[in-house]
Design a protein around this ligand. Structure first.
Ligand SMILES: Cc1cc2nc3c(=O)[nH]c(=O)nc-3n(C[C@H](O)[C@H](O)[C@H](O)COP(=O)(O)OP(=O)(O)OC[C@H]3O[C@@H](n4cnc5c(N)ncnc54)[C@H](O)[C@@H]3O)c2cc1C
Length: 651
């Protein structure tokens, strides 16, 4: 690591620049693991820059039984990379090579965590048993409890510290710098600001971009509030994205953001809604549509293991619950709660369907109330809310249908290098490797696999420098001028950042989330375009500590929102229809999910064979469908693979 300074304008203070071989942006589970892997491959000239080791989704989130997905490792469960890849590919929209790599490396990534001390349960014979998760036929899921990703981060942070990898916290990256390399772009560094608003220039031959999902784009969200995301930074630099339209939504509590999956649903709480004050006009609204109590109880029970909103289950499956909650809260404007103190009207334990009854009976959870059943089945689930000052014995839980994960993100090849910017390696949630639906737990696997792949590839290229430092300086100076100009505007601006950000989040939750229509998207896009154009010229008023970070963050988020909305509108216009976790409504839709006035456009299965790519160029988003890369068919003849491996022909 070397340092030098850059003069942007002669009258300004010089900006401190650091040159490093590989820069890692972000310290979630994905970024931390990439750093560890690079160091193990002998890349010592490394720097992690991050908003903070305690920021991001991985270390701040979890769920009833937070899931990690890997190839099955228990006796009798025959499994293979190809069988696992098929599970990834089933719902469509995912490249075959990425599915194979994520499957093939899943055990390696998993055992790395085991070796680092993450306590995934094993039996007395050393087997790691699994359970079935969403979109998984083969009991590949495992968990250490509600905080799997946090435990992963803690183990990885300890390893980063043991390996003495440099970490710079409170450092916000807001620009990626590129140079031309032939017809392509190559990354050469980044610009950041620290909490005091001081500019930092970072020159790097490789950048691992591990900034997580776009949490701050949504108003109704279960992303932790500290995870804003920074995909807009890469989009502004011209990085190609894919499948931005594919996200995952599900029921979560809003006062304390937490997924309501697993036992929270399996104990069959009561759902009710109220007027705006949260107490008057109480109605058990689900009963208006699902009139038979045993049926309603069965659907609530199944929400436990069918957590994400899934359009295939809206007609009379468990996602009808999600849809009715959305209708009640967003369309009717009422507040919705889950109450563990009382049973749904008409609940009778012996009238439950056989699946729900058997599950509760085998769990010893046939108590009289949902809270008693929850205390029996999962006391930690009650305790968790208590530690966040919500006593489920005393109060109901306010809920909403929330954004939780972006399956899409930046487009990269099977070594996790961006498809159009050399040296840029998007990994973790910001990498859009997933398709229409993904098995539960595969986000955490993908993040670990991406780090292993990127590190191997970078190490194979050795330590030689990839660009001319003069080109970096020119790119950094231009970007600094633009940044300083924008921040000066912000100092004079009369437009409130808070109001702008709140309008942005509301737009996305209204038009770009789980219920989508061309009309709502057009309206939202027009508003987003106007807001972005205004922001570019007028800036946004923000003062006090961290003002520069907040303003630059809002700028990249606003750009990201444009690209997301344009992409979703394009998707809807193509007629790919309702799929995954998003329902497209159309006046001439042919299906009739509840409520009756929503006519759902059915899925057009032809689009499963394609991936939607997006790139932000000359101030607009260009979208195109590309055929999905097939699942590679390899003979895998040992002697040939060995020869290729020895000669480095695998890269
Ligand atoms: C409630 C909930 C439950 C979930 N449950 C599961 C589950 O059971 N199984 C599963 O597989 N997945 C689950 N997920 C998804 C999974 O947790 C995330 O996809 C994953 O943790 C993301 O890891 P990451 O390392 O990519 O990003 P993050 O952990 O979000 O880390 C991003 C890092 O980048 C930093 N950063 C961001 N922008 C910048 C910037 N501009 N400059 C510097 N630093 C920056 C952040 O501060 C942070 O350090 C869940 C998600 C949520 C919200």
């Amino acid at each position: 690591m070397t340092t030098f300074s850059i003069n942007c304008n002669n009258d300004d203070e010089p900006v401190l620049a650091t040159r490093v071989h590989t820069l890692i942006v972000g310290s979630g589970a994905a970024g931390l693991n990439a750093a560890v892997q690079l160091k193990r491959h002998g890349i010592d000239d490394l720097l992690i820059v991050t908003e903070g080791l305690k920021m991001g989704t991985s270390i701040n989130t979890g769920s009833d039984k937070q899931t990690y997905y890997k190839m099955s490792l228990c006796s009798g469960d025959g499994d293979s990379p190809y069988a696992m890849a098929e599970s990834y590919l089933n719902a469509g929209g995912m490249h075959g090579d990425l599915a194979l790599v994520e499957s093939a490396l899943s055990t390696r990534a998993f055992f790395n965590l085991v070796q680092l001390g993450v306590r995934f349960p094993q039996d007395r014979w050393g087997q790691f048993p699994g359970y079935k998760t969403d979109h998984d036929p083969a009991r590949r899921a495992t968990s250490v409890g509600p905080y799997t990703s946090r435990e992963m981060c803690l183990a990885l942070i300890a390893e980063v510290q043991r390996l003495k990898i440099a970490v710079q916290e409170r450092c916000y990256v807001h620009k990626l710098l590129t140079v031309k390399e032939g017809d392509n772009l190559r990354v050469c560094g980044a610009l950041a600001v620290n909490a005091q608003g001081k500019h930092i220039a970072l020159a790097a031959d490789n950048i691992i971009f591990a900034v997580g999902g776009p949490g701050a784009l949504y108003q109704t969200s279960v992303y932790p509030a500290v995870q804003t995301g920074a995909i807009g930074v890469a989009l502004e630099a011209g990085a190609v994205a894919q499948n931005l339209q594919e996200s995952q939504y599900g029921l979560a509590s809003t006062q304390f953001r937490w997924n309501l999956s697993g036992s929270y649903m399996q104990v069959i709480p009561t759902f009710f809604s109220t007027a705006d004050d949260g107490v008057s006009d109480v109605r058990e609204f689900l009963r208006d549509t699902i009139t038979e109590a045993p049926k309603l109880c069965g659907l609530i029970f199944r929400k436990g293991y069918q957590w994400p909103f899934d359009v295939r289950k809206v007609k009379d499956g468990s996602s009808l619950i999600d849809l009715l909650v959305y209708n009640e809260s967003v369309i009717k404007g009422r507040r919705v709660f889950m109450d563990f103190r009382i049973n749904p009207t008409g609940f009778e334990i012996n009238a439950l369907d056989s699946e729900a009854h058997e599950y509760l009976a085998r769990s010893g959870a046939l108590q009289a109330t949902p809270i008693a059943r929850l205390e029996q089945m999962n006391p930690g689930a009650v305790e968790l809310y208590r530690t966040h000052k919500i006593d489920l014995h005393q109060v109901p839980l306010e809920i909403a249908l929330c954004a939780q994960h972006n399956n899409g993100g930046l487009a990269a090849n099977h070594w996790w290098e961006s498809v159009n910017i050399k040296g840029l390696f998007p990994i973790g949630e910001v990498n859009g490797s997933h398709g229409v639906a993904r098995p539960g737990g595969s986000a955490l696997n993908a993040g670990q696999v991406g780090g292993i792949r990127a590190a191997e590839y970078i190490a194979s290229r050795g330590n030689k420098s990839a660009f001319d430092l003069n080109d970096f300086e020119a790119a950094a100076e231009a970007a600094l001028r633009d940044t300083k100009w924008f921040l000066k505007r912000c100092k004079r601006s009369k437009s409130s950042l808070e109001e702008g950000a709140s309008a942005m989040r509301a737009r996305m939750s209204r038009a770009g989330a789980q219920i989508r229509s061309a009309a709502a998207l057009e309206e939202a896009l027009e508003a987003a375009q106007q807001a972005f154009a205004w922001l570019q010229v007028e800036g946004c008023a923000v003062a006090g500590k961290g003002a520069a970070v907040k303003a630059l963050n809002f700028r990249q988020l606003s750009l990201a929102q444009l690209v997301y909305l344009e992409t979703i509108l394009y998707y809807v216009g193509c007629g790919a229809g309702s799929r995954g976790s998003a329902m497209v409504v159309k006046d001439d839709g042919i299906d009739h999910p509840h409520p009756e006035e929503w006519l759902m456009e059915p899925e057009n299965p032809e689009f499963r064979e394609m991936v939607l790519e997006s790139v932000f160029e000359d101030g607009a988003t260009r979208n195109q469908w590309v055929g999905r890369r097939p699942l590679p068919v390899e003979e895998s003849w040992f002697e040939r693979v060995w020869a290729d491996y020895r000669a480095g022909r695998i890269f």
